[in-house]
Each structure stands twice: as C-alpha cells, then as structure tokens.
Design a protein around this ligand. Structure first.
Ligand code: ADP
Length: 239
C-alpha cells in the first residue's frame, strides 16, 4: 500500500500509542458468575487489566453499628494484588485503595434498591489481579455485573469509563502509559438509562470546553461498555 506523506502524517497523528482511535476503548471482556461460593461474581479484562469481583449478601449485618433500620448498607473493598503492578505492591490497604473503595461504594449505591433489605449489608470485593490504568472504572463496571449476578434488585446497571487529555487531545479509556504521560484524566460512572452521573473525578487540568468534550466522550464509552455488561449477563442467564 502506498500512502502520501500527508496521509502518513494524518494517520500517525491520529493513532495512539497502541493504535487506538481517540474514541476507542481497549479490548473488553466480561464474564458473570464465575465463583461458586460468592453470591455474585464477575471477571473483567480491559486491555491489560484483570479484575475479579465477588459479592456477598444482602445478609444480616453482624456488626450492630453497621445496621440501618430502613435499608441495606453497601461496603466495598478495592484491593490490588501484590503482583498486579510492575514492582511488587505492598499488600494491604493504602490511601489510594481506601479512596477507591469509598468512591466505588458511592458510585454503585444509587443503582441499588437498598430499602428492600433493612438491617442488611452487601459486601463487594474488588480484586485487581493485573493493573494497566483505569482500574477504578473497570472495578465499578465489573462490580455492577457481580451485583446483578447476586440477584440484587437494581434500578439500572452502573458503568464507568475514563476520558482524558493526552498530547493535547481528548481520548477515551486511558492506558497506564497514557495516564502517566497525559495531561488530565476524568473517571466517570453513570446509570446508563437516565445518564445520572454517580462518579466524577478529575486529575489534571482541562479547560471548560475540554472538560465537556471529555465528559461527553466518557459517557459514550460508558454506553459501549454497558452493552458488553448486558451481553455478559445474557450469556449467563439468557434473555
Ligand atoms: P486507576 O487505576 O483508576 O487509573 P490511578 O490513576 O491511581 O487509578 O492509577 C493508574 C494506574 O497506575 C493503575 O491502573 C495502575 O496500572 C498503576 N498503579 C497504581 N498504583 C500503583 C502502584 N502502587 N504501583 C505501580 N503502579 C500502580
């Protein structure tokens, strides 16, 4: 194939390091219900991310001070395996994982019909086996599938995706490399049906126009990912 220098310039500027278009997510695979012992579970691969989620509950909260008389409480634990990153990660919670656990519970909560289970607790365990950028979003996406697999009554799924700015351009679903080199990154979670935003964080600097473009793109990414969530549940449970 022969291309002109102009075409070459256009194609090489358009491509990202891994060859993706600006609005393209990494290859994504989701499976529902893969653990025997948990009430609900899921496994997700997004590019180089590998994430396992287990859900327990709703069940009666053993710890009295956790109980709410009128609804269930959701607890999340986001954890990175020691072997999930380039250099061995020190096991156990750190500031980052405590933050991600908290925002994950907040992102999932609006989708759940918690009033059905007074005095109960729902535990969501997110285990990052391999990390390659965007694990908080991938964890939320996978957790929502695991909650559905557990039979938790939900108003909608929750789906998350980040967009950001790399080399002056707004792009979808940043890889770890892009996250490191990039200028900004906004993780977004939504309820896809009414597009209610349940997570919006921002790391780096964007102008208002860039922010709006990134938010739009992240929502488009969420809607693509939501299709794959639904397919995973259909594969497990039929229509
Ligand atoms: P997210 O995974 O949601 O993008 P961050 O922006 O904090 O969260 O992290 C970006 C990426 O940096 C992670 O996905 C992971 O690949 C890598 N990373 C995070 N924590 C560590 C760590 N302790 N050691 C090495 N790499 C890490």
């Amino acid at each position: 194939i022969i291309i002109t220098p102009d075409e070459f310039k256009r194609v090489s500027e358009a491509a990202r390091e891994d060859g993706r278009a600006p609005d393209e997510i990494r290859p994504l695979k989701i499976e529902a219900g893969i653990l025997e012992r948990a009430d609900g579970s899921s496994y997700l691969e997004l590019g180089g991310n590998k994430i396992l989620v287990a859900v327990y509950g709703p069940r009666e909260a053993q710890i009295k001070r956790l109980q709410r008389p009128d609804r269930a409480v959701i607890r999340c634990r986001y954890n990175m395996a020691p072997f999930s990153v380039e250099e061995r990660k020190r096991p156990g919670p750190d500031r980052r994982s405590v933050e991600i656990s908290k925002i994950t519970a907040e992102a999932l909560r609006p989708a759940l019909i918690l009033e059905k289970f007074p005095r109960s607790v729902i535990d969501v365990f997110i285990e990052v086996l391999e990390a390659e950028g965007g694990t908080r979003c991938a964890g939320i996406t996978a957790a929502s599938v695991a909650l559905a697999d557990a039979g938790m009554p939900m108003k909608d799924m929750v789906v998350a995706c980040a967009a950001g700015k790399v080399n002056g351009r707004i792009v979808l679903d940043l890889s770890e490399e892009e996250d490191k080199r990039g200028e900004a990154d906004i993780p977004v979670a939504i309820l896809p049906r009414n597009k209610e935003i349940t997570l919006l964080q921002s790391d780096g600097n964007l102008t208002q126009e860039e922010f709006e473009e990134a938010l739009d793109l992240a929502i488009k990414g969420c809607l693509k990912i939501n299709k794959i969530q639904k397919e995973a549940l259909k594969r497990k449970y039929g229509e």
